[in-house]
Design a protein around this ligand. Sequence first.
Ligand SMILES: [Mg+2]
Length: 211
Amino acid sequence: MTLQYILFDLDNTLYSARYGLELNVGRRIADYLAAYLGVSPEEAIRQRQERIHCYGTTLEWLMAEKGFTDVEAYYAAIHPAGEADALSPDPGLRRFLEGLPLPRGILTNSPREHADRILAQLGIPDLFTHIFDIRWSGFTGKPHREVFLRALDILGTTPETTLFIDDTPRCVTGYCALGGKGVLLDEADAYPGYPHPRIRTLQDIFSLIPV
Ligand SMILES: [Mg+2]
């Protein structure tokens, strides 16, 4: 079936993991969890790792199992102003996106203010028809199937006609389980045995789009 749309993950997909933005987010999450749970950051992360397989995000786990409710305080703490300052306008990325023969959107487990900051820093805020963020998904997040299906419903496309690109294997696997065309962006060649399509750079998606 002909592709109609390309849905991108945001973090470590539209910019490289080498910038370390997500590592910094991870540190802030660990500190926030530690303060809320009253344990060390290491213990907080251990507790999360034990249960995160049931959830799309840390916040979802915190709300479901730890009685957490202050969503806005959480996001303000882990996504402070200036968090994207390491990024700068990326003309190559802009040319790549503009050269794609299909409309583009973003599906992220981050909040909208974070997405807006990243896209502004990269100089590409105007290149996407839709930005589906974690508030839009009701704090559920990828890889829950309803999140993908709701986004596609709004786009008027189907899993078969929508290419989805993400750097997190379980997100791509979740999308492929719906019959979707999912692709893993694996810039560090960390998942050589991954059972679904895998690319090393975004440019490689041209090999998956019939022109
Ligand atoms: Mg990502």
